[in-house]
Design a protein. Structure first.
Length: 106
């Protein structure tokens, strides 16, 4: 599990965020919408058709899980490695995740 205080710091540009345990991992929420999930010590940020290309351009992968005989991919992509090393690197990525969550919700 990621330290909730660290996640709060990482997503400080979207203050406040709530970190909730779910599915053996954690969900990060802002204004009631899930903007990220944490699984196996990896952060995945919410994407949509407008933002997914930025993640794919860096070779980042979507969150996947096994459901029966199928591998299911969600609209959450791995966060760039730099984000883990420097919270300042999160500045452009976190609002992008929030915007994707809002667009997906509407």
């Amino acid at each position: 599990m990621a330290d909730p205080a660290w996640l709060q710091e990482l997503f400080a540009t979207l203050d406040p965020v709530q970190v909730k345990r779910m599915f053996g991992g954690q969900g990060v929420f802002h204004e009631g919408l899930m903007i990220a999930l944490v699984a196996d010590e990896q952060i995945y940020l919410k994407t949509d058709s407008e933002s997914q290309h930025s993640f794919e351009a860096l070779g980042l992968e979507p969150f996947r899980y096994q459901k029966g005989n199928k591998l299911v991919a969600l609209s959450y992509f791995q966060a760039p490695e730099a984000l883990y090393e420097d919270p300042e690197e999160a500045r452009p990525w976190c609002p992008s995740a929030w915007q994707a969550a809002v667009r997906s919700h509407n």
